[in-house]
Design a protein. Structure first.
Length: 272
């Protein structure tokens, strides 16, 4: 249903899942042919792991337990872990669908020839989004496995958290596609990186948003990573409530809106 809504909103452009799957498959072939790609994956996964170990262990000893609602408290490491999982999904998806896709359409001119086939910009957008989700899913799965190994999350909670992490990856993958169509030169990613860092630090990742001044709270609650953190953390810590539906709806709306905008911009960019 989500695919149909987004494709229809592009303005009649037809999406064929087998063509989108071919785009994803091509990315898989490119990954297999280049051994350096695995080091790129590892570097993106390492950052949230280092934050978890350095801040979770170091700062956690100073902070102690954190209140999560309902009179319940959890160790700081347990509190930070799910937020870093959401950040890992965001980073993996944006880097893949944003930076790497930008290189393909601008530097490599990869899709100039592809568009001479029946593949359309909508197929490309959905195929690249699926590939970004592969990367985001790898980050999320590995990070969840590490959290479970450290005793920060139970096995059932970890399984329940997987769909939430995938939704986060999908939503930010769509944002990455838009970024790829907006960037003019590779150096433009520096501006995106600044925004990513600000989201990472001020989306309730390390401290409860309620500790911020009220004006800052309102601003943070409008940002996508805040909703991602709330959704993943709520499920991981078994803090299930109606507010999580609102967080999920925000991310779904972000995904659909991003796909529509990215597809339309790709159609103009390729003059289809």
């Amino acid at each position: 249903m989500l695919v149909a809504v987004a494709a229809r909103a592009v303005g009649g452009e037809q999406l064929r899942l087998h063509r989108a799957a071919a785009v994803t498959e091509q990315n898989l072939a490119l990954m297999r042919s280049g051994g350096g790609y695995w080091w790129l994956l590892l570097s993106g996964f390492a950052e949230p792991v280092f934050y978890l170990l350095a801040i979770g262990w170091g700062v956690g000893d100073l902070v102690g337990d954190v209140a999560v609602g309902g009179g319940r408290t959890v160790p700081y490491l347990t509190y930070v872990g799910p937020a870093l999982l959401a950040a890992a999904a965001m980073n993996g998806s944006i880097i893949e669908s944003g930076v790497n896709f930008f290189v393909k359409i601008t530097g490599m001119r990869f899709y100039d020839a592809v568009l001479n086939t029946p593949v359309t910009p909508v197929d490309i957008a959905f195929g690249e989004l699926a590939w970004a989700m592969v990367r985001g899913g790898l980050y999320s799965g590995a990070f969840l496995a590490m959290m479970a190994g450290m005793g920060l999350i139970g096995p059932w909670s970890a399984l329940a958290t997987v769909p939430a992490a995938l939704l986060v990856g999908f939503a930010f993958g769509g944002v990455g596609l838009v970024i790829a169509t907006i960037m003019r030169v590779f150096e433009d990613y520096d501006y995106i990186s600044i925004v990513q860092t600000a989201l990472f630090l001020f989306s309730g990742t390390f401290v409860p948003v309620t500790d911020y001044p009220r004006a800052a709270q309102v601003l943070v609650e409008l940002t996508p990573l805040y909703h991602a953190v709330e959704l993943v953390r709520g499920i991981a810590l078994d803090q299930i409530g109606w507010s999580l539906l609102g967080n999920a709806a925000y991310l779904l709306a972000l995904l659909v809106g991003s796909l529509v905008l990215a597809s339309r911009r790709l159609m103009r960019k390729f003059r289809v």
